[in-house]
Design a protein around this ligand. Structure first.
Ligand code: PAF
Length: 282
């Protein structure tokens, strides 16, 4: 396994791989890997000749009041985990390598970035789109893998790739959960034990919403209320948003039909958690 810290080093290696006619699967991450990331890497391993991941805590996608400074980092642990699932190369640049002084370009996907997480995090998706475009240009992967837990991110990146004619196939991997239902996230590390217990209400709320839909409920507002009432049983969990939207356009819907995304974000103490379910509703 090779670790590249600079773009020049990485490009040299990529040239060799492409010259050998190999396909490249790419998993961009911010590190502190968990099973959710590893499942994407395993999928990339199956579908490509060569697997590259990036580990880069991207400063531009954090709001000024957020956890950039404390975001968990452990490169040695990540290297071992990535190795265990067959990753061949890790790109782990410093911030200055990606954002040299006086850089002037940002990438923004309008409309899709303003709703859901974009309300509380107005600059977040600009940061994500800018870094992902840079990483795609540097790595030139055939396929790139993202977790469905960040459902809005997946939809925005697909739109960006289409609009900017970026020659990469975007693949979304399913949410990976702990045995008790908590969606895996690097930020789960912040949770104290009673907060982690309280966080279980998110998947419980999404599960009862799914059950209501399975028994025929189609009113979006009612589904949102079911979730809000369930979460209210845990007073330490403060809702940022609970939203039933089109799983294609992210627009609010009133009647559930077709591809539907039920997404939520909450604060537990200082930790912001997101979760969602995507459903095909007849
Ligand atoms: O999903 C993430 O971890 C990040 O948003 C990404 C895609 C690696 C960009 O920094």
């Amino acid at each position: 396994m090779q670790i590249c810290k600079t773009i020049a080093e990485l490009k040299k290696k990529i040239k060799e791989i492409k010259n050998e006619g190999k396909t490249v699967g790419f998993v961009p991450t911010m590190g502190y890997l968990h099973e959710g990331h590893l499942s994407l890497m395993r999928q990339a391993r199956k579908e490509n000749d060569f697997v590259i991941i990036s580990i880069f805590v991207n400063p531009t996608q954090f709001e000024p009041n957020e956890d950039l400074a404390t975001y968990p980092r452990d490169l040695q642990r990540d290297v071992e985990l990535a190795k265990s699932v067959g990753v061949e190369l890790i790109f782990a640049p410093e911030a200055e390598e990606i954002y040299p002084e006086n850089y002037k370009t940002i990438v923004e996907v309008i409309d899709l970035s303003q709703s859901l997480c974009g309300v509380t995090r107005p600059g977040h998706f600009k940061g994500v789109c800018t870094v992902v475009t840079k990483l795609f240009n540097i790595v030139q992967p055939d396929r790139a893998y993202f977790g469905q837990k960040d459902a809005q991110q997946v939809i925005i990146i697909r739109q960006m790739v289409k609009d900017l004619h970026i020659p990469v196939e975007v693949i979304a991997g399913p949410i990976v959960r702990e045995a008790d239902g908590l969606a895996m996230s690097s930020r789960n590390k912040y949770l104290k034990s009673e907060e982690r217990q309280a966080a279980l209400v998110l998947f419980k709320a999404l599960t009862i919403a799914r059950e209501a839909i399975q028994t025929g409920e189609r009113r979006a507002e009612l589904i949102e209320q079911i979730i809000i009432q369930m979460i209210a049983k845990e007073p330490s969990v403060i809702i940022d948003y609970v939203s039933v939207v089109s799983g294609v356009t992210l627009e609010k819907i009133s009647h559930l039909e077709g591809q539907v995304l039920i997404a939520l974000a909450v604060f537990i103490g200082k930790t912001r958690l997101i979760d969602n379910i995507m459903l095909e509703v007849a």
